[in-house]
Ligand binder design. Sequence first.
Ligand code: ZN
Length: 101
Amino acid sequence: MVKFPSVIHAYCPFCRKHTKHDVNEVKGKARRALSKGQRRAKRHKKGYGNKGKYSKRAITQTKMASKTSKKVDLRLKCSDCGKMHPRSYPRTRKFELVKLT
Ligand SMILES: [Zn+2]
């Protein structure tokens, strides 16, 4: 479990100096409904026969599915100019923003 402060002092590329930043964690963006790849997969899954690379087994065997941790997507909001910029955080299983008093 990683505990990360919800307010940090960080460099703002817009102000070009270190300012206070509010930290927000971005959780999985909703995907576009039925993109091209999704439509193709849906077509292959219909009916009988080998589902090939669209089968459940093939999907669970891929590298991404076998990983138990995720990279953390953070957005820092500058308290000076109010603009946001991203920051990445390395792979962790559990991540939590903590308010420091
Ligand atoms: Zn700023």
